[in-house]
Design a protein. Structure first.
Length: 136
């Protein structure tokens, strides 16, 4: 009889624990959305006097032919795109605008990067904001 009482108490305790710790659906602090642009990066551009130099090329993706193996996804360079370059999520280190080939060159002295090893490329395209991270 004591054994049955122990099992009953254990089940009640388990049910109470589960009911008190059940998950509620909560909203996330932010929503992850696919970037409206594709960015490629090159660090082969020769930097002047030991500066850090990164060339970014921004593309718009045309996915209208995604189901046709003859067409696929096409990418078109975005010209005139304003891009801000940040470090440490809050420190602005550059303002750039892409050229007719969709390219923007960021160049700065290593001391301006305050020891960080990641650049954040921030802008807005077609009404949608984006932030793209690039390690140096």
């Amino acid at each position: 009889m004591k054994y049955l009482s122990y099992i009953t108490k254990s089940i009640l305790c388990l049910l109470l624990t589960v009911s008190l710790t059940s998950c509620e659906e909560e909203e996330l602090a932010f929503e992850v959305v696919a970037s409206p642009v594709l960015a490629t990066f090159e660090t082969t551009v020769p930097a002047t006097a030991g500066n850090v130099s990164v060339t970014a090329t921004f593309y718009e993706l045309d996915k209208s032919g995604i189901l046709d193996k003859e067409i696929g996804i096409d990418s078109m360079p975005i010209n005139g795109l304003a891009v801000d370059v940040f470090i440490n999520e809050a420190t602005l280190v550059g303002n750039l605008v892409t050229d007719s080939d969709g390219k923007a060159v960021f160049e700065t002295a290593p001391s301006d990067l305050q020891g960080t090893s990641r650049l954040e490329w921030v802008g807005e395209y077609s009404g949608q904001s984006f932030r793209i991270y690039k390690n140096l």
